[in-house]
Design a protein around this ligand. Structure first.
Ligand SMILES: C[S@@+](CC[C@H](N)C(=O)[O-])C[C@H]1O[C@@H](n2cnc3c(N)ncnc32)[C@H](O)[C@@H]1O
Length: 198
């Protein structure tokens, strides 16, 4: 599901970019045990491309493949990431255009809660990861999406959302383990974690 104008403004601004480059990068660096040096990383739902920058510049990846459902976001990412080792495309997390077991790592900066069939998106992320590959995720839980502010100001699928433990259970069903130590941040607005493919 694409963002409405309010959430788009909340995502695409310098404060959010600085937060991703500093705080979120530090969380993911720690969860990844130091970073993703030399890895080929897939970013799902890349938005305007700040996440791909973080994956390259803060986590040390060698190469990023990234996609988003919204072609206008992909165009912004194309401009931001011109000349960087990033391949960009329009695509759907429920049908990822990558071969099975082709990615060293997958990064989700808060997109799976936008996907109506989110278990299918998890199945797809698991499919494209090689054995031993790492998933880093930051997500918004159901009880936050159910607040007045989120219901009134943003557009998200209403049915079938998840709490952190339900998200982790779905990861485990697809062979993505180790997300037992989920962390809650920003006053409980998001949870983060890492899971490795067995
Ligand atoms: C909350 S924004 C986060 C964007 C970016 N990851 C960031 O942190 O700035 C969610 C993004 O997911 C994208 N999106 C929603 N559903 C998607 C899907 N099924 N497949 C791929 N991208 C999707 C939206 O277009 C939007 O860019």
């Amino acid at each position: 599901m694409k963002l409405n104008s309010i959430e788009r403004a909340a995502m695409n601004n310098p404060i959010r970019a600085a937060h991703q480059h500093h705080r979120e990068a530090a969380w993911f660096r720690r969860l990844a045990g130091g970073g993703l040096a030399g890895k080929h990383v897939l970013e799902v739902g890349c938005g305007r491309g700040v996440g791909a920058e973080v994956i390259l510049d803060r986590l040390g990846a060698a190469q990023v493949s990234a996609f988003d459902l919204d072609e206008t976001m992909v165009e912004l990412a194309r401009r931001r990431l011109h000349g960087r080792p990033v391949s960009l495309s329009v695509g759907d997390a429920c049908d990822i255009a990558q071969p099975a077991q082709s990615m060293d790592a997958v990064v989700d900066f808060g997109i799976i809660h936008h996907v109506p069939d989110w278990p299918q998106a998890i199945a797809e992320m698991a499919r494209v990861m090689r054995p031993g590959g790492l998933l880093l995720f930051e997500e918004v839980p159901r009880h936050v999406l159910d607040t007045w502010a989120f219901r009134t100001l943003t557009v998200h699928p209403r049915e079938n959302r998840f709490e952190a433990d339900e998200f982790a259970a779905e990861l485990s069903r697809h062979g993505l383990h180790g997300s037992g130590q989920l962390e809650s941040h920003i006053g409980g607005m998001v949870f983060i974690g890492a899971a490795r493919k067995s």
